[in-house]
Design a binder for this molecule. Sequence first.
Ligand code: SF4
Ligand code: SF4
Length: 119
Amino acid sequence: MMPTSASGPAASGTREGPPPPTAPPSTEHAALQQEAEQLQGRLDAIRARLEAAEPTAVRNVAVVDHSVCRLCGVCEEACPRGAIRMTEQIEVDRTRCTGCGVCVGLCPAGAVHLESVGM
Ligand code: SF4
Ligand code: SF4
């Protein structure tokens, strides 16, 4: 008599029973995912700061109100950049003026102020 092989469902080609256990989430995978999210958050914050800190193409220069200037020459002597020259009136060389404000502070007539100009 021939030995019989296994009988039952296996023998008929189907397999039943509980599904195979799913693998538990990898601890390292979860940690790396969290780290990536944190880095993305930092990158977004840095980009926002970078955008806010973008240099503007504007600078200050001294402007003289000739209607109140007394032609005393204080600003001409005080300017550390030699940007002020007195002829018939006070002239500011905008290419030399750095907008330091020294002349504004020293003018006895309050005739100088700073203005923003495009570069
Ligand atoms: S702002 Fe400064 S650099 Fe410009 S004219 Fe006045 S003293 Fe000179
Ligand atoms: S210091 Fe003032 S008042 Fe004197 S020259 Fe300069 S702008 Fe005019």
